[in-house]
Design a protein. Structure first.
Length: 191
């Protein structure tokens, strides 16, 4: 599988890792996941919580995914990202009781999920990477919120890039073979 850049690769890996999380933590992600089609969307995925009696939507949940290459004692969430996520909720006319926003960080030692409505909103300004996927040395002044791992739900899941890419490769081969067999069967049956 080839990617145009590191950003596209990380977006793909994050979404596939979220699918794995759903298979492992079935009670945590028991609703149908939907992924944004725009690579540069403000969030990566969403799901709806459905009332089992009325079958109506009781809450919407947006998910932003981040892959971390290193373990840190605390993590950052840029206020620009936080504000864009909250703006989506506001623009859609929902409050935090009707729409939650999860920030999932796949870290080298664990996965942490923060509900952004339940985090400490102390803003700090410092020099951080302008765009980590492009350069780790190009720093700019950014305002961020520091996230403590204990403020989120810590999961015993570690994103494995090689496993995900190998599974994708195998699935692509199988899909290709199945398509080929279907075509051959169609030709045999209908000439």
């Amino acid at each position: 599988m080839t990617f145009t850049d590191d950003f596209e690769k990380r977006e793909y890996l994050g979404r596939e890792a979220l699918k794995e999380l759903q298979r492992i933590y079935t009670n945590l992600f028991k609703y149908d996941l939907h992924f944004t089609t725009d690579t540069y969307a403000a969030y990566d995925a969403f799901y709806h919580i459905i009332d089992s009696d009325t079958h109506s939507i009781t809450k919407r949940v947006l998910i932003e995914i981040k892959i971390r290459d290193r373990h840190f004692p605390e993590y950052i969430l840029e206020t620009k990202k936080l504000n864009s996520l909250k703006k989506i909720r506001k623009d859609l006319g929902f409050n935090d009781n009707e729409m939650s926003i999860l920030y999932i960080n796949f870290c080298p030692n664990e996965t942490i999920i923060w509900n952004i409505d339940k985090i400490n909103n102390d803003i700090k300004t410092n020099e951080y990477n302008k765009a980590t996927s492009v350069s780790r040395s190009d720093k700019v002044n950014k305002s961020v919120i520091m996230l403590q791992p204990t403020e989120g739900k810590q999961l015993d899941y570690i994103l494995d890039e090689h496993r995900i890419l190998n599974r994708t490769k195998i699935n692509n081969i199988v899909d290709s073979k199945v398509k080929e067999l279907k075509n051959d069967l169609f030709k045999t049956l209908f000439g």
